[in-house]
Design a protein around this ligand. Structure first.
Ligand code: F0G
Length: 347
């Protein structure tokens, strides 16, 4: 039986005899062939559907490792800043480990599903008037003086856990893809994947992909080469103006001969609707940034015809019901009886 990442990839992770075996059967997510989009784009496209992790995002991979190490080091509480998904994962794994989670979120800018999760898992929720970057600065300061372990991706154990997604892709494809497309917010995940691909290649000779990362245009600090003081995007998950893993992400881009580019909210929403309507895969807006980027790179030639591309769908569409409803033309046919329904179906 599959139990989770700490067991599955024990020899690739910083696990000792004293590391508690925390698990929610995270990881082992499907690599879904996107047949209609492949045909349309003239490439072989797969979606790594991280929205099927236990709390609905890739954050579970890093959080299981970070919480296990925090508990091993004697922590009784963890803290993180979050645009929503990290807080959901932190809350769930803290509960699992029997410790407390403090989550610090930007006021009014987190998707409802994510907030609902933090509440349900029993986190102590703190909201601040600033954005994610300010929340991250606050928790970094707090963790210096208070007895809480910081579990944002500046904690290296987070990237260790998250690198396992690259292992899975290489196992599922039986090689590395030509291109790995991924949304970039705080830039931890692109860095983790690159680490994972390099380690797997060293052990198994699976080759290396080009890393293509995508920021939202209104939060494209790495693309523009400057901190964005007031980042804005419909993709609240990646509404980040000063990515903590900026340097690591640039290294992943340069070492892999890849790119970090930006996508507009319009491109994000187009990709968001398209993958649900054409492939039956519902992802959150932040996750659709990677598909928006693939479409852009097929058009401008950065992805070539026939290449094998994996696009990472970092979070589940159910996380953000407001965007689903507000950004789509909705037709709900109200009917009061069976005759009405019959007529409707026959039309
Ligand atoms: N996709 C989703 C759904 C996310 O929640 C995040 C980050 C990213 C992509 C970007 O990953 O930060 O490693 O570059 N969410 C963080 C959070 C910031 O607080 O949940 P990254």
């Amino acid at each position: 039986m599959y139990e989770g990442l700490l067991k599955q990839y024990k020899e690739y992770l910083p696990i000792t005899d004293k590391t508690p075996q925390i698990a929610l059967a995270e990881g082992n997510t499907p690599l879904i062939p996107l047949k209609n989009l492949s045909e349309e784009l003239g490439i072989t496209l797969y979606g790594k559907y991280e929205g099927l992790n236990p709390t609905g995002s890739f954050k579970d991979r890093g959080m299981v490792m970070a919480v296990a190490k925090a508990v091993e080091d004697g922590a009784k509480a963890i803290i993180c800043a979050s645009t929503g998904n990290t807080s959901a994962a932190a809350a769930a794994y803290a509960t699992r480990a029997g410790i407390k989670a403090y989550v610090v979120i930007p006021d009014g800018k987190i998707a409802m599903g994510k907030l609902a999760q933090a509440i349900a898992y029993g986190a102590d929720i703190i909201s601040i008037p600033g954005n994610f970057d300010e929340a991250l600065k606050a928790v970094r300061d707090i963790a210096e003086t208070e007895a809480v372990a910081l579990v944002n991706s500046v904690n290296p154990y987070r990237l260790e856990g998250q690198k396992t997604a690259a292992f899975e892709i290489c196992e599922q494809l039986e090689k590395a893809p030509d291109v790995l497309a991924i949304p970039v917010g705080n830039a931890g995940n692109i860095s983790a994947y690159w680490k994972g691909f390099k380690e797997w290649h060293e052990k198994k000779g699976t080759a290396l992909p080009r890393m293509h990362g995508f920021e939202a245009e209104g939060a494209a600090a790495i693309v523009r080469g400057e901190v964005i003081e007031a980042p804005e995007t419909v993709a609240t998950a990646i509404r980040i103006g000063n990515p903590a893993s900026w340097k690591l992400a640039e290294a992943a881009r340069d070492e892999s001969k890849g790119h970090i580019d930006s996508v507009t909210d319009e491109e994000i929403l187009n990709a968001y609707r398209k993958v649900a309507a054409q492939e039956g895969v519902f992802v959150e807006p932040g996750s659709a940034a990677s598909l928006a980027g693939v479409i852009q790179h097929v058009k401008n030639g950065r992805i070539k015809p026939g290449e094998t591309v994996v696009t990472v769908f970092t979070g589940n569409g159910l996380k953000d019901p407001d965007t689903a409803i507000n950004e789509t033309t909705i037709t709900i046919n109200k009917m009061s009886d069976l005759e009405d329904m019959r007529r409707h179906l026959r039309e």
